[in-house]
Design a protein around this ligand. Sequence first.
Ligand SMILES: Nc1nc2c(ncn2[C@@H]2O[C@H](COP(=O)(O)OP(=O)(O)OP(=O)(O)O)[C@@H](O)[C@H]2O)c(=O)[nH]1
Ligand SMILES: [Mg+2]
Length: 471
Amino acid sequence: MPVRQFPHEKKNFKAESDTITAISTPPGEGGIGIVRLSGNNSFKIADKLFVGKTLPSQMKSHTVCFGKLMDTTSNGLLDEVLVTVLRSPNSYTCEDMVEISCHGGGLVLSKILEQTLTCGARLANPGEFTLRAFLNGRIDLAQAEAVVDIIRAKTDSSLKVALQNLEGKLSKKLNHCRERLIDILAEIELGVDFIEEDVEELDRKKITKKITELEIDIKNLLDSYVEGRILREGLNVVIVGSPNVGKSSLLNALLGKDRAIVTPIPGTTRDTIEEFINIRGILVRLVDTAGFHISKNKIELEGIRRAKVEIDKADLVVWVVDLSKKLSDNERKLEELISKYKYLVALNKIDIASSRTVKKMLAEFKKRDVMRISALQSIGIKKLRDFIISSFIGKTKSENNLIISNLRHKQLLEKSLENLRRAKESLTRDMSPEFVALDLRMALDSIGEIVGKVVTDDILNRIFSKFCVGK
Ligand SMILES: Nc1nc2c(ncn2[C@@H]2O[C@H](COP(=O)(O)OP(=O)(O)OP(=O)(O)O)[C@@H](O)[C@H]2O)c(=O)[nH]1
Ligand SMILES: [Mg+2]
């Protein structure tokens, strides 16, 4: 029995057929610049502007021709260019496309763009080339989103996750989940049909088992989100502690340069200091903060307020403790404050601490994650760096180490899990198969929304508004 049609099946959305144009290279001067055309009239428009050995409309797909680009009004030369022709369906958008590579100057590019507009093209909206690739079925929505991630990638690891998504590995997994759900739905709907004839009862146990298997797979994917988000956006680490314990020294040691002022005077750092480092391909945002203590001084109070704001945003709090001093009441208060966050204790100044004090401190922090370091002499810093990364990365259990890194995907997977849970509940409560099917269909819709099997204008607007014009 076929599964019913859904209200927003993608086939209701079609790419517009008009021809769009945009400058696809970034603003500013460059070696080359590219103006792109996509749509039915791309070749006709290019023919009007280009003078070369062959007219673009006569060129073979995926070939390049050198020639002159002319101003149609004055008949004057605009630039010497290379024209690339890509014929439908073998192009980025699946439509006929022309790419005009000219010299990379702002004025030349805008004049060529103007000419394509004069000859009948329309200025493309942000991401419209990619939107067309999606609507024409070359890529799905998760792949389209990966395009933005590739453009924005700042580290090897974020690029790797984005490429994995562009290749369609995530989509394949999600489509497989959908197929499994459709099979379960078919089984249930068969049961619904037979119910009146009293022929076959629904095998509730078997169906529950299948749903549970699906839940595990989706849960594993969901669990990869923290790692995915960190790979994509980086890790937020904030360094906190009492005055003079060596926070700024630790920031400098981690950075490998003298960024923050270090002095023996408590209260040296008043504001938060932000720096970025790359640890094993992961972008890490490090924040040094003002020493935490009770104060009436307005500047210090503001510094401490800012430190609290940073703690709230942190993935990891590094609490620096001075091994040469006893733990103060202030420090116990600070631990109370950070205890709801993920934190690690960095016992600093190991170079001047006696082994007795070290032992005592280790006993004090028995159940916490503890590292012994000397920020001044760079002892234990490499270990600390490794620890920071390995607390977050490499923990994914999903099949083929698939990682989700997009908040939209995470929220939709959570929604689908919730509906699977409801379906199981309806099964155990012996509720009518229609109820079970309803929940399963909602779970199916949520997964479908990730890959774009189910879409609305709103979803598309939200996704493609993040693109730049020309992509
Ligand atoms: N012996 C030793 N001294 C250190 C170490 N780390 C920091 N210090 C010294 O401790 C003092 C304070 O260091 P800072 O890095 O400014 O400490 P801070 O926590 O940033 O201090 P505030 O900004 O005032 O809160 C300086 O004299 C540093 O040289 C260490 O590992 N060993
Ligand atoms: Mg400091």
